[in-house]
Design a protein around this ligand. Sequence first.
Ligand code: ZN
Length: 241
Amino acid sequence: MRYIILSDIHGNLEAMTAVLDRAKDLKPDGYICLGDIVGYGASPEEVVELVRELDPIAVMGNHDSAVLNDREAFAFNKQARDAVSWTRSHISEESRQYLRSLPLVRRLDSVLCVHASPSKPAEWGYLLSAAATVDQFTAFDEPVCLIGHSHCPLIVKMTEYGPTELKGPTEWLAADGRYIINVGSVGQPRDGDPRAAFGLLDLDDRVVTLLRVKYDVATARERIISAGLPALLGERLLNGS
Ligand code: ZN
């Protein structure tokens, strides 16, 4: 099975459309969506509809949860909270129901899918480096754990010396190896590269590939600003920060 991995789309229709154009050329068997479908971007409804059409293996992100539940939004900064409020009034009841249906964790074959961390999926901790994953490998049994949340790509292999970062963009996954993989963010990259990030996981050949695609950042930014969302959320798309 070959899966396209999408995470942190954040209502960015321009990025999502560009990623799907490229993804379809790769002829995957299925899609995995690691949460934060909405929040920040100006097109939450359209993006939820596109995700639903893919019928992905999907989990809930903290922004999806905050749109449904006020308590989750308390932990957010002002821009993120404002975006949550805006998103609530720009998605349909049907989309809300879809977000509500998403679990925190999904398992398929040899892969665990979770938005933030396998040890405490509901606490939304950030795994920003190989060192940060050291206590996470005991929290799942599968060879591979897919995460999102940080918006920065990261491939970590557990070795006899501890968790070690692999640089990608293509990495072979050893049959007896264990990995935590973040393919980065479709709709709001934060690794200094404004291109939309996603991934391809080939479970037959045991290869993961980090992919990037250019999209119409200027339009995504303009639409955030003209929607009355915090301008910073548009500006940061320009440099992927
Ligand atoms: Zn996110």
